[in-house]
Design a protein around this ligand. Structure first.
Ligand SMILES: *[C@@H]1O[C@H](CO)[C@@H](O)[C@H](O)[C@H]1NC(C)=O
Length: 973
């Protein structure tokens, strides 16, 4: 729920923030959120224009070890030295870290996001001259040329330039400094300066003091005479410019920044970092969610950069670069030859500029001209700017989209394999009012014969928004309620938000306070903000002890009334603070270790979901897989559950944008994504609701949800016709659950997205690059939901030269590539199966996914142009870690060629017993055989019944009745 949504119901009407929020009720109040110009560091960074970099690499300081290269960079303007570390990583990745050589105090480095210390490759120097060093990066014929002055780095594969760093000279690193013009600062400045001198006595590295830099540099290097001379020059300049001086220091906003009624004290002053990257030959860039924008990123020239700052944006607007609830600082660059990625590991407020020279102005220098003979090579430049921390960036070198997914997954992990039920349909609303309401809605699904798996309880279920409790009047018997659902093999999700009511009668609050687990204000007291419960504290989820405690609260003994079939929803975890700056936490609030909220902001939600998911695992003794939905997220959040696109609205454009929003997340590791079906705010007209169910049924996370002020919208409230349409959409989802589950398993194993932009499978087809009204599920299904009001048809682009696609409803065969016009009615959900694929379905749809668990399968074999097809199926118990810990799973492979369909194991490490069998095989694009035979090991060949429709070339083979885990073959003769 968005901050201001139900304020009328809260007794806070007198608060100033309320007036602000209510001023605009129909769309986002943009004035609540900063533009780049209003964010002092973004403005300072952006004021630095492309040109010659003031940085110079001190070649004489270069140190090469087994796995890294270290070199100092000096800013010629202020003489502050930086240390650059470069690593070649296994799997075609390069990591660049830039920090101050001698920061006044440590700068924040993001922990816990990487799943391991990335394994390195051996670097070697392969060339050197007065102004550059050439390094071999160990793998994939990749080389890096570091130019000393002006500092830049160019990454090559063979002789081809792939990516440049700081080629536009936009490396900006605001070093920590003492504030001038204040008595106490002067004193501490003197202390620091003395301390520095003492350190310098022992340090072999060039110290920060300009006066002694010449000595230091000479000492640390082979001291070629020219370097010595340069150092001397610098010293002279340095004496004129006192330590730490820079033009940024005097700028307003450097040491204190006011936005609306909030003042951000900046005890550390300006600390931002920025760097630019150039992609020669690239015109398509993607990623850096979360924004309500197109899939393909647009240039930001003349507007604001894309902003990454987790925020609770009330009624967000579409098609703009404003920040939303989550941030994944990963950008993909793509052209027909290769895909590249940049992972900017920084959790502070970040802005990303995208510029392009496609107009013909090449910003690139003579390197490109030399390598590629000049000319009008298209190029995209991106510039990253973060408020604090260090520069820690991973260059993912591909070259294919799948290589990028694997590379990124090796750094931050893959999508957690959800429990099967989580892929089914979820019914939510703010709020299901009481136990009776829950029971009525639950029964409604049975009466109207619509499957569903999970019913959700929003904030009103808790006792006065005290999470981990139940409202004693509305939910007096939660266990009975949960048992009732369990009897129907259904689940429940309750909301647990990270704002904790400040109330001395609330156990959770008291425990957090007594353990000193709350985030602190800059003055050291517990930070308090307004949120749903009124005054609330915010547990410090960056503290591992706090997280362990939080996890333990999900134990059945701690969370009273909870049961095995109760799962969790973490909302408002940006964190949302109604009366905070930009509706979030003050940047000068303090976390464990003394870090400012500024440093960790975009990580907060990541940690909330992590601790919650771990709590669910823990309560089951480590056996059961968790399900946690989160609104806020960061790189790596895929390891902990699902995300949704937050508080959207019942508008056609919101339905439409759910596709690029989830595709953008899928590209950066987060596959388990969905949007509130029906739209959160406002009341959808029936047509929109139906279309939303149809689209949602083919998106990874499928949940209907609605704001408290909307009229009820359970699927049976819109007349028989609409109910039937919704039922059909939901049933299509349930039939495809085996396929979804297999896709998620694949994603868990490989990092490949479940929902994919077309260009991921057709990287050379430029027609696909900007398509975001249709997408692929795995590589087998192409979905083009109807997202326009009153639509009579859709234009579906079917990719793949020489390929064929089959309409899954009519089985019509279509040749690709083509743009196919499909006439639609209200029942149409345009979905196509790729020729050459095999998809498993369960077509006896029941009350819930669990009820269908042992049901038989139907295999849909869609023959490709060569008359072949393959597909896979993953089966396990659907809810435990046994597939991982005990090898209890089936990973089956189906393959059709030479008129024979064969079932075999795709992975002999797994084994699993299931009674489920195959009841039907449907072969699309098949001629009529004379006979069909089934062959199993040690069993006599048997004839199978079949029917053949000549008009559509569909062969249906009935009752092979083989176990899904068995090896067999079916031949057409
Ligand atoms: C690394 O890059 C090379 C050359 O582009 C490519 O052939 C190889 O498959 C890549 N390896 C990985 C693990 O991505």
């Amino acid at each position: 729920m968005a901050a201001a949504a139900a304020v009328g119901r809260l007794e806070m009407a007198a608060l100033a923030w309320l007036a602000l929020s209510l001023a605009v009720v129909t769309a986002v109040d943009r004035s609540n959120f900063k533009t780049c110009d209003q964010s002092s560091f973004c403005k300072r960074q952006r004021n630095v224009e492309a040109g010659s970099s003031p940085y110079r690499a001190l070649l004489e300081s270069l140190q090469l070890s087994q796995d890294s290269m270290k070199i100092q960079l000096i800013n010629e303007a202020n003489k502050v030295p930086l240390l650059l570390e470069l690593y070649g990583l296994k799997g075609n990745m390069t990591r660049i870290r830039i920090n101050e050589l001698n920061p006044l105090k440590p700068r924040y480095e993001v922990p816990d996001v990487l799943v391991q210390d990335p394994p390195t490759t051996r670097l070697s120097v392969t060339g050197r001259d007065d102004n550059s060093v050439e390094l071999s990066l160990g793998e994939g014929n990749h080389k890096l040329i570091l130019t000393a002055k002006p500092f830049r780095m160019d990454l090559l594969e063979g002789r081809e330039l792939v990516l440049s760093v700081n080629s536009r000279g936009l490396l900006v690193f605001e070093h920590l400094r003492q504030r001038k013009d204040s008595f106490s600062d002067k004193v501490s400045s003197t202390v620091v300066s003395i301390w520095d001198r003492i350190k310098n006595l022992f340090s072999r590295e060039p110290p920060k003091e300009p006066a002694s830099e010449g000595e230091g540099a000479a000492e640390a290097s082979d001291a070629p005479s020219s370097a010595e001379q340069e150092s001397t020059e610098k010293t002279e300049q340095g004496e004129e410019a006192p330590k730490g001086a820079s033009e940024t220091e005097e700028e307003p906003g450097s040491w204190e920044e006011t936005f609306k009624t909030h003042t951000d004290s900046k005890p550390n002053g300006p600390t931002s970092v920025g760097l630019d990257f150039s992609f020669p030959g690239v015109e398509n860039v993607y990623g850096i969610p979360e924004h309500a924008d197109y899939l393909r990123l647009r240039t930001t020239e003349g507007g604001d950069p894309y902003r990454l700052y987790n925020l609770d944006v009330f009624q967000y607007e579409l098609y703009n670069p404003m920040a939303l609830y989550g941030s994944v600082p990963v950008l993909l660059a793509h052209n027909p030859q290769r895909t590249l990625g940049i992972f900017w590991l920084n959790a502070a407020e970040t802005w990303v500029d995208v510029t392009s020279n496609t107009a013909g102005k090449t910003l690139f220098g003579k390197m490109l001209d030399y390598m590629q003979g000049g000319g009008e090579t298209p190029q995209t430049d991106v510039r990253w700017m973060s408020e604090s921390g260090i520069i820690d960036v991973f260059l993912l070198l591909g070259p294919s989209p799948n290589d990028i997914f694997q590379q990124y997954a090796s750094l931050t992990g893959t999508q957690a394999l959800p429990p099967l039920f989580a892929l089914a349909y979820h019914q939510s609303r703010w709020n299901y009012n009481d136990e009776e309401d829950v029971s009525t809605v639950d029964n409604g699904f049975d009466e109207h014969d619509i499957p569903y798996d999970v019913i959700w309880l929003d904030i009103e279920h808790a006792d006065g928004k005290r999470y981990f409790t139940w409202d004693p009047n509305k939910f007096p018997r939660p266990r009975e309620m949960l048992q009732g659902l369990a009897a129907k093999r259904r689940k429940m999700v309750s909301i647990v938000d990270p704002h904790i009511k400040v109330d001395s009668a609330y156990r959770i609050h008291n425990e957090i306070r007594s353990r000193d687990f709350y985030v602190k204000t800059k003055d050291g007291s517990d930070y308090e903000g307004w949120c749903w419960p009124g005054s609330a504290g915010y547990p410090d989820f960056t503290n591992p002890e706090m997280r362990a405690w939080w996890s333990s609260m999900f134990g059945y003994d701690h969370y009273e009334g909870s049961m095995e079939n109760l799962y969790t929803w973490n909302d408002m975890n940006e964190p949302s603070v109604f009366n905070g700056p930009e509706v979030t936490m003050h940047k000068d609030a303090v976390h464990q270790g003394g870090w400012e909220h500024r440093d960790i902001h975009n990580l907060y939600a990541f940690y909330v979901q992590m601790a919650t998911a771990e709590g669910q695992v823990k309560r089951s003794g480590g056996l059961e897989r968790p399900f946690v939905l989160t609104r806020g997220f960061f790189a790596g959040s895929q390891r902990y559950g699902a995300v949704w696109t937050g508080d959207n609205a019942a508008e056609w454009d919101h339905l439409k944008i759910s596709i690029p929003m989830c595709l953008s997340l899928a590209l950066v590791g987060i596959s388990f994504c969905g949007a509130d079906v029906g739209g959160f705010f406002k009341n959808p007209e029936p047509e929109l609701l139906v279309r939303w169910y149809q689209a949602g049924a083919y998106q990874p996370f499928f949940r209907a949800h609605a704001h408290m002020d909307t009229t009820r919208r359970e699927p049976w409230l819109f007349g028989e016709e609409n109910k039937a349409l919704i039922r059909d959409a939901v049933r299509q989802r349930y039939a495809l659950l085996p396929f979804w589950y297999t896709l998620f398993y694949h994603s868990y194993r490989t990092g490949q997205p479940v929902m994919r932009p077309l260009w991921v499978e057709y990287p050379q087809d430029a027609t696909t690059y900007a398509i975001d009204d249709q997408y692929l599920l795995g590589d087998a299904l192409l979905v083009h939901p109807v997202t326009a009001q009153g639509a009579r048809g859709v234009q579906v682009y079917l990719p793949g030269k020489g390929e064929v696609w089959y309409d899954v409803h009519t089985h019509q065969k279509l040749h690709a590539p083509q743009t196919h016009y499909l006439a639609v009615t209200m029942s149409s959900i345009p979905v196509y199966q790729r020729g050459g694929s095999i998809v498993a379905r369960k077509e006896r749809v029941r009350r819930s996914s669990d009820c269908m668990y042992n049901d038989p399968y139907t295999l849909y074999v869609a023959l490709g142009p060569q008359g072949t097809a393959q597909g896979e199926l993953f089966v396990d118990d659907g809810h435990t870690f046994s597939f991982e810990t005990k090898g209890q799973y089936l990973h089956r492979r189906f393959s059709f060629s030479g008129n024979t369909l064969t079932a075999s194991s795709a992975d002999p490490k797994g084994s699993f017993e299931t009674p489920a069998w195959i009841e039907r095989v449907v072969i699309l694009g098949a001629g009529k055989p004379a006979a069909v035979f089934l062959k199993q090991k040690d069993v006599a060949e048997s004839r199978l019944d079949f029917t053949h429709e000549a008009e559509t070339s569909v062969l249906t083979i009935r009752k092979p009745a083989v176990n899904i885990g068995a090896d067999w073959s079916i031949s057409l003769r």
